[in-house]
Design a binder for this molecule. Structure first.
Ligand code: KIV
Ligand code: ZN
Length: 503
């Protein structure tokens, strides 16, 4: 069976979209999960764009084994240099370089003649190929480029050493039949195309990114670029879970294999959603809450008689096993760790101990701990490993006739900072007390609270977006006490600010 290579760009195209930014540690956490999931390549970032991006690529290159690690670069020497340097320690390295080829981009954005663009592309590929064994070239806005020009530039970059030719539908403009024919025309029109793998990268502006990717595969593409949960610029990129399951369910039309362990899809999707604080829509294919729910009587009857009447794939095939109730406060460390492993969450001994302690605290307060709670517990534990400030203690007084007053004690290394403050409401009082304790002033831009699991004793998860100076920082915190969750979320955002200013 032919192999389709899965190139994951959750950490680059996905992460650059609004609301999806991640700290370096969080990117690493996702990268580890992507490697377990079985992607062939991880695009770790765009190193020239910021020191954080560079460090993220470097950390992933040093620590994540298995997939090819790739970094993005424009066709400029400083970009290529930063990209090569950032992935220097990767077990398997690839540089992904791009330049726009459509008339509208060349004229208005690059302000360059087509021949200059070809020269820049050729030079970039040659430069990268001297440093790394694999070079991917993307003609940005390919689907609005002239096909004859595309054939010309692609022939030149392949000659210069490009090993993968990626065709992006940058603005999500193409539709499936047209995109399939486009790939076929390039396959026929570029004389040396057999020396490179054809890849595609589709955006979802018209809701057809996965359909376009499938059409491309039917016409010769053998690498497809995707993101978990379909996150990405604007309406997002082709979603990994949808694309992979389309190949798997419709093997009759797509006789291809991938390296993806489909049973890890659901947990990978939830891990990302928890990390970036972006909920998965209920009706999202494969991973949404309703994707395997049967409400109508006729459907339920059919499912009871024979599941295949209304299910084209089993929930188990994507890791959505029926049981979600896990454990309570009598569950031991071994059982706890076993359940984490079943969920695809593999932690170091130190992390397991920390997460187990959090689990016991939560299990003390609520009788039943669900899988979703475990995801929160683990992402809190992993996120807190590198924290500068930790909530040691808090107390709060309020009432309909009293001024809300909060006291907090914050631990930082061996130091403790304690302060009290009033506020317009309970959350304001807690945040003011934290500001006074650590001497940082921020502006709260967004605050949201949601119950992670059902019932009155659910864990509440708070997300905040704060502004300090010019920059915004997202923080998340969870607890059965929503004020404690708020304090944790606020400190989490401040810790990210500290991580950035520490450089
Ligand atoms: O959408 C796009 O064109 C891109 C390229 C950098 C591949 O993300
Ligand atoms: Zn893109």
């Amino acid at each position: 069976m032919d192999r389709i290579y899965i190139f994951d760009t959750t950490l680059r195209d996905g992460e650059q979209s609004p609301g999806a930014s991640m700290s370096i540690e969080q990117k690493y956490e996702v990268a580890v999960q992507l490697a377990r999931l079985g992607v062939d390549a991880i695009e770790a970032g765009f190193p020239i764009s910021s020191p954080e991006q560079f460090k993220g690529c470097r950390m992933i290159s040093q620590k994540v084994k298995g997939p090819i690690i790739t970094a993005l670069a424009r066709c400029l020497e400083e970009d290529l240099e930063a990209a090569c340097e950032s992935i220097r320690d990767a077990e398997r390295q690839r540089i992904h370089t791009f330049i726009a080829t459509s008339p509208i981009h060349m004229q208005h954005k690059l302000k360059k003649e087509p021949d200059e663009v070809i020269e820049m592309a050729e030079r970039a590929v040659k430069y990268a190929r001297k440093r790394v064994p694999e070079v991917e070239f993307s003609p940005e806005d390919a689907t609005r480029s002239e096909i004859a020009f595309l054939c010309r530039i692609l022939e030149r970059v392949i000659k210069a050493g490009a090993t993968i030719i990626n065709i992006p539908d940058t603005v999500g403009y193409s539709i499936p039949e047209e995109f399939g024919s486009f790939i076929k025309a390039l396959k026929e029109g570029v004389p040396n195309i057999d020396k490179a793998v054809i890849s595609v990268h589709c955006h979802n502006d018209l809701g057809v990114a996965v359909a376009n990717s499938l059409a491309a595969v039917q016409n010769g593409a053998r690498q497809v670029e995707v993101t978990l949960n379909g996150i990405g610029e604007r309406a997002g990129n082709a979603s990994l879970e949808e694309f992979v399951m389309a190949l798997s369910v419709r093997k009759d039309l797509f006789p291809y294999s991938t390296g993806i362990k489909t049973r890890l899809i659901y947990n990978s999707s939830r891990l990302l959603s928890n990390i970036i604080g972006m909920p998965i829509p209920r009706n999202k294919p494969i991973v949404g809450e309703n994707a395997f729910a049967h409400e109508a009587g006729i459907h339920q009857d059919g499912i009871i008689k024979h599941r295949a009447t209304y299910e084209i794939m089993t929930p188990e095939s994507v890791g959505r096993d029926a049981s979600t109730l896990v454990m309570g406060r009598h569950s031991g460390l071994r059982g706890f760790n076993k359940r984490l492993n079943e969920l695809g969450l593999i932690l170091s001994d130190k992390e397991i101990k920390g997460a187990y302690q959090r689990f016991l605290n939560i299990a003390d307060k609520k009788k039943e701990v669900f899988d979703d709670d475990l995801f929160i517990i683990v992402s809190e534990e992993l996120g807190n490993q590198a924290e500068t400030y930790m909530l040691d203690y808090f107390n709060f007084q309020s009432g309909n006739m009293a001024v809300p007053t909060a006291t907090v004690r914050i631990k930082s290394g061996d130091q403790y900072y304690e302060e009290a403050s009033t506020g317009d409401g309970p959350v304001d009082a807690v945040f003011n007390a934290i500001d006074r304790a650590i001497g940082i002033k921020s502006t709260l831009k967004e605050y949201s609270l949601q119950a992670v699991t059902p019932g009155r004793k659910a864990i509440g998860e708070v997300s905040v977006n704060i502004q300090i100076g010019e920059k915004s920082f997202i923080g998340r915190g969870a607890s059965t006490d929503i004020l404690e969750a708020s304090a944790r979320a606020y400190l989490n955002a401040i810790n990210r600010y500290k991580a950035v200013i520490k450089g």
